[in-house]
Design a protein around this ligand. Structure first.
Ligand code: ZN
Length: 149
């Protein structure tokens, strides 16, 4: 295992053990439940939108380490951002997670979430990593239930 892989693992294990923003939002304006039947991951994502700003975002649920770490990292990344910026990040990150071309993605902007890039080598786990992002988008689109296909 090289140093980078170790660092990535540490980030994922840390977010799995101590997930950030793992709670309900009482006055959420948007929420959705996401399911990944391949692995059994079940997440719900809630957020409070004020105008164009995501004032708060949280998640709850049960899933594997990858799905929980991905959701936790997502909330830390997009909390406080504008809707536009968050949607762009969602697109970039889903691209990072599904692209087979490693040079395709600009690494600098992503911060710790880059730790998830390792899942590209494990196709069965990609849906674990993208579930939180799909659920976030479903919440914005007003779909209360989403399943990764
Ligand atoms: Zn999973």
């Amino acid at each position: 295992m090289n140093e980078l892989t170790e660092l990535y693992q540490e980030i994922i294990l840390d977010h799995n053990k101590r997930p950030r923003n793992y709670r309900a939002i009482d006055d959420a304006t948007h929420s959705a439940d996401g399911h990944n039947p391949l692995c059994g991951d079940e997440l719900s994502v809630s957020l409070r939108l004020n105008g164009d700003q995501i004032e708060d975002i949280s998640f709850q649920g049960e899933g594997c380490a990858i799905s929980k770490a991905s959701a936790s990292l997502m909330t830390t990344l997009i909390k406080g951002k504008s809707l536009q910026a968050a949607k762009e990040e969602s697109t970039v990150i889903k691209q990072m997670l599904t692209s087979s071309d490693e040079s395709d993605v600009s690494m600098e902007e992503l911060g710790d979430i880059i730790a998830l890039s390792g899942v590209r080598r494990f196709p069965a786990r990609i849906k674990c990593a993208t579930l939180a992002w799909h659920t976030f988008e479903a919440a914005l689109n007003g779909d209360e239930d989403t399943t990764t296909e």
